[in-house]
Ligand binder design. Structure first.
Ligand SMILES: Cc1cc2nc3c(=O)[nH]c(=O)nc-3n(C[C@H](O)[C@H](O)[C@H](O)COP(=O)(O)OP(=O)(O)OC[C@H]3O[C@@H](n4cnc5c(N)ncnc54)[C@H](O)[C@@H]3O)c2cc1C
Length: 561
């Protein structure tokens, strides 16, 4: 490979990655008048890449598309809970994008490499976090405090929500603060009856509708489009960042070295500051790979915590039946997108260990996200409707759960593969048992029935419930497939590894996601999270990124960087 310094091409800021974090970094920085280069490893999408979900003959399970994807190199991506044929090309090929794990701690790393990253495949559910998350130790609870509180982030949540336009309601739930909602979103009749049953029996539990960002069918996500409109953005796809370059004397970041995926040439582009937004595992890999004589343990790692305290949320998935409510026909109140069909569902923010209580078996909690009667709404005569509920439990940060560089294996660009260790501890196992049993209680208490549940603890089948209509061969296959699909990583809410903090001795970043060791280096994806939460990570990533980018722009313009 030839090395090429892009002489003359220097930017105010280089942003690595163009997903949720990279898009909002580019938007905020260009709107502040800075020249920005976004380096994206994946390709630019074409209009035809945004496909309408077909009325598939393969049903919701998508069994044959999953088998086909597995045979063609997507053996990990094909296990994602809501995998579907029309989105297959938006997930990576696992043969080409390897990683390693310990044998006893499998991890499903689900990702997409394209302009927009996983914004093209994500569930679009966007909830704010609360001080139950940011002030983890409040009320003497076990947990860690972030160096910021809800008050610091609230204006940035608001800015992001106003820009995106969120569908959702005002719910008054303490653990999921209300945001700025552009349009209301309804529950189905069955979701409403589920809500009534749950809230009558368990006063502390709240069932609300999803808050989500409706799909706009565009191939470039809206934040990046806003950055492009400023005329200050250079968006460079097919460019894989391999190292952040630094000045050996001052220690400052000077730019990014990257490989052109098409012609395999190696380039270095310079900038006054670098923002790393490649998603947690890739960002940590990049920082660890950017070691030098001055930074022998990786860039920004004087604390020795880089790569440590990696987390994902503890997933479980339950299928069942709920008594059908009377309807004349399909539910006309549900929002239906012309391209993407109906969306939305029910959501239960965290209700455990709040209001001063602390369960001795696990100090945090879990959220539920699912739907009842959305996918079989046309079966007007059926006595029951399908229930699908996924739960996301908060994992505690552990120093031994980490991202490191595999000492033996490298990718085709010569960069060491990431080694991912994300193991459950007894606290997470206790929590998983309770999150599964709470979910079953809620379904059964209202006259519903659980068919089966799957989690990192294994598959639990109820008698007669596990796809009785399928052939025995298909049932055998599904029994094999399901437990492998609900290991750690399946929540796709990974975080940590470059945590923010108040003390440079125990954290990588300060309260503005700025590296303690390298002031002109910012890391704003979820790797900056000190704790992993139980709500989706993406809205918080967007808000933190906008806040950090604003800080960077202010510092740069004031000549302090
Ligand atoms: C199926 C699915 C459903 C989900 N549902 C939800 C949900 O409903 N709510 C929620 O909050 N979250 C959800 N998520 C998670 C959400 O997608 C992520 O939190 C979010 O996309 C993270 O944004 P990011 O910018 O950090 O990473 P990404 O979106 O992954 O973007 C990172 C980008 O960086 C690029 N990149 C990586 N390495 C390099 C490199 N070395 N050089 C240059 N570029 C690089 C990648 O190609 C990618 O485009 C879901 C995810 C999936 C896959």
């Amino acid at each position: 490979m030839s090395d090429h310094i892009d002489a003359g091409k220097s930017f105010d800021v280089i942003v690595v990655g163009s997903g949720a974090a990279g898009g909002f970094a580019a938007k905020e920085l260009t709107e502040q008048g800075l020249s920005v280069l976004v380096i994206e490893a994946g390709r630019s999408l074409k209009k035809k890449d945004i496909r309408r979900p077909s009325k598939s003959k393969h049903g919701n399970m998508q069994l044959f598309p999953r088998i086909r994807a597995t045979l063609f190199g997507q053996h990990i991506q094909a296990r994602v809970a809501f995998f579907s044929e029309h989105m297959r090309h938006l997930f990576v090929n696992d043969w080409k994008h390897g990683y390693t794990t310990p044998k006893d701690a499998p991890f499903m790393w689900i990702r997409g490499r394209q302009v927009g990253g996983r914004l093209h495949t994500f569930g679009r559910v966007l909830f704010r976090w609360s001080d139950y998350d940011f002030r983890g130790s409040r009320g003497g609870a076990v947990g860690m405090d972030w160096p910021i509180s809800y008050t610091d982030l609230a204006p940035w949540y608001e800015k992001v929500e106003r820009f995106l336009g969120i569908a959702g309601n005002i719910d008054n739930v303490e653990t999921a603060p209300d945001g700025i909602m552009a349009e209301p979103t309804p529950l189905t009749p069955e979701e409403r009856s589920f809500r009534t049953e749950v809230q009558t029996r368990w006063k502390e539990r709240q069932v609300v509708a999803w808050r989500f960002n409706p799909h706009d069918g565009e191939r470039i996500p809206s934040a990046l489009r806003a950055a492009i409109r400023t005329g200050k953005l250079t968006l460079q796809s097919d460019s894989i960042a391999t190292t952040i370059t630094t000045d050996p004397v001052t220690g400052r970041a000077t730019g990014v070295m990257y490989v052109n995926r098409q012609d395999k040439t190696r380039h270095v582009t310079q900038a006054k500051a670098v923002v790393v937004c490649a998603s947690p595992i890739e960002s940590l890999r990049l920082l660890l790979n950017s070691c030098s004589a001055r930074y022998p343990k990786g860039l920004g790692n004087s604390s020795g915590t880089l790569g440590r305290y990696f987390m994902d949320q503890c997933p479980s998935l339950m299928f069942g039946q709920w008594p059908a409510s009377h309807r004349e026909g399909p539910d006309a109140t549900l929002p239906v997108h012309p391209l993407f069909g109906n969306t939305g569902g029910l959501y239960m923010p965290r209700y455990q260990n709040t209001k001063g209580t602390c369960n001795p078996k696990f100090p945090k909690g879990y959220t539920y996200q699912g739907s009842i009667g959305r996918h079989d709404a046309l079966k007007t005569e059926a006595p029951t409707r399908a229930v699908t509920i996924m739960a996301f439990g908060e994992m505690l940060p552990y120093a031994d759960n980490s991202i490191t560089l595999d000492p033996r294996r490298r990718d085709q660009w010569g960069v060491p593969l990431p080694h991912i260790r994300c193991s459950l501890h007894p606290v997470e196992r206790n929590m998983l048992r309770q999150q599964i049993s709470d979910c079953a209680d809620m379904i059964e208490a209202g006259g519903g029935k659980v068919d089966f549940c799957v989690s990192p603890l294994g598959l639990e089948e109820k008698e007669g419930g596990f796809f009785p209509e399928k052939s025995s061969l298909t049932r055998w296959f599904l029994r094999k497939m399901f437990p492998k699909s609900m290991v750690m990583g399946a929540a796709i809410h990974e975080s940590g590894g470059a945590r923010m903090g108040n003390d440079p001795a125990t954290s990588v970043l300060n309260n503005y996601c700025q590296a303690w060791d390298v002031p002109n280096l910012y890391v704003t994806d979820a790797s900056c999270f000190p704790t992993g939460g139980a709500l989706g990570t993406t809205l918080t990533v967007m808000a933190l990124t906008a806040r950090a980018s604003h800080h960077l722009a202010t510092e740069l313009k004031a000549g302090r960087l």
